[in-house]
Design a protein around this ligand. Structure first.
Ligand SMILES: [Zn+2]
Length: 420
């Protein structure tokens, strides 16, 4: 039994390494947006097929993605011993750890373990948080459109180089953004375009050529429908250029500095997405995904998302590990997604913190097993980033039931005992 489990998990690990190009890289020059019909397709259904981490199951490689999230979490933990991710889904909150099975999705998850709730540091928590945020955004966009409004995706970027320090760039970017929003030109513009609010998403990736690439995506909720994007782009660009100049950021270029997109040109994006990406992590990638799944998106053309740095670190790239530490420090306490004041209330959305979402427990779950302290010790201590027994145990419990899970645990306990 234990042998087949090991072989199986090895295969999963191997195939995982071949899927590193899943997801979409959306750098400053490649922004996509969905058609209204595709957004409508993804309106909130009642019974979402969500997995144990709160992520909608749409990909054929959902199990691989789930294993990958735990592997990445293990890597993040080894790099960040002082952060909460170090204890996430490891540190016990009771004597025994519970294995629970959802009666709705037949998926297993742990109970009585600490959950860190860090969208920046923890790939497991980030997946759950992002999924919830994506649903919130989808609902807001749908509602706003049903009220007759329009939603546009605005991206703000600026040039940067390999020598730039990430925290320094983020500080300047934040100041430039505040100045932009306080400027009377912006206030006049917002009035003229009948802007009701915005949602801002912070994002970064790292490129071999030009180093850190932090940037901002904003969804603007307007009552006005744009006839063309160029006029608004020009107005934003002129003010954004001044903001960048004022705070010592590189001067944005017309081609990449500001991007304005709406729902209209999404067909091109979605069509391109399907052909460009052989193994997408999600079926469609809309505005909401762009805003909330930044960390999970995989870079292209030598550019890597923060969590993709972890994949390379697992494969022995120490520099990627150092970059991840720099990223984690720079984004500490920053919010990934912020709604302008009052906007959430307009759409009647609950204000839940990332931590609350990460800790949200499913109601309909049955207790499958309790894991004794010595067993949990064996499970965690025989784990490595490449071979995380915590996630394998859940998969075995789902597929083989409680008996298979017990055999797996016993095997790990025996191995741990003989090694110590
Ligand atoms: Zn976590």
């Amino acid at each position: 039994m234990s042998q087949s489990i090991s072989l199986n998990s090895k295969n999963l690990n191997n195939s995982l390494n071949n899927t590193s190009d899943s997801g979409v890289y959306l750098g400053s020059s490649r922004i996509y947006s969905p058609t209204p019909s595709s957004v409508a397709c993804r309106a909130l259904p009642e019974n979402l097929p969500v997995d144990e981490d709160g992520v909608i199951k749409v990909a054929p490689d959902a199990t691989e993605n789930r294993i990958n999230r735990y592997q990445r979490q293990s890597a993040s933990r080894s790099l960040l011993p002082d952060k909460r991710v170090f204890k996430c889904l490891r540190h016990k909150l009771a004597k025994n750890v519970k294995v629970l099975k959802s009666t709705e999705h037949a998926k297993c998850h742990y109970g009585d373990l600490l959950v860190c709730g860090s969208v920046w540091d923890c790939p497991v928590c980030a997946a759950k948080i992002s999924e919830r945020r994506r649903l919130e955004l989808t609902r807001a966009v749908e509602q706003h459109k049903s009220f007759g409004g329009a939603v546009y995706l605005i991206t703000f970027t600026y040039p940067h180089g390999r020598e730039d320090n990430l925290k320094d760039l983020l500080d300047k970017q934040s100041k430039a953004m505040i100045w932009f929003y306080q400027h009377r030109t912006y206030k006049e513009l917002a009035k003229r375009y009948q802007k009701q609010g915005r949602v801002r998403a912070l994002e970064v990736n790292h490129g071999e050529q030009n180093g850190w690439h932090p940037h901002i995506h904003e969804l603007w909720f307007l009552d006005l429908h744009l006839q063309d994007f160029e006029t608004l782009k020009l107005e934003i660009f002129n003010l954004w250029t001044k903001a960048c100049q004022r705070y010592g950021l590189g001067l944005p270029s017309w081609d990449h500095g500001v991007d304005v997109r709406g729902g209209g040109d999404a067909a091109g994006y979605i069509a391109k997405f399907g052909t460009e990406d052989k193994k997408p992590t999600v079926k469609t990638w809309g505005i909401e995904d762009e805003m909330t799944k930044a960390n999970a998106k995989n870079g292209r053309n030598g550019s890597r998302s923060p969590f993709q740095l972890l994949d390379d670190y697992i494969d022995g790239d120490k520099q990627a590990g150092a970059l991840f530490i720099e990223y984690s420090k720079a984004f500490h306490r920053k919010k990934q997604l912020t709604w302008s004041r009052g906007l959430k209330a307009v759409f009647d959305l609950e204000a839940m913190t990332d931590e609350e979402i990460a800790n949200h427990k499913e109601d309909k779950a049955v207790l499958l097993a309790e894991i004794e302290p010595e067993e949990w010790k064996a499970i965690t201590r025989t784990s490595t980033p490449k071979h995380d027994n915590r996630v394998l145990l859940l998969i075995i419990a789902e597929n083989g039931g409680a008996d298979a899970m017990r055999l797996f645990i016993q095997d790990l306990v025996n191995r741990y005992k003989s090694a110590n």
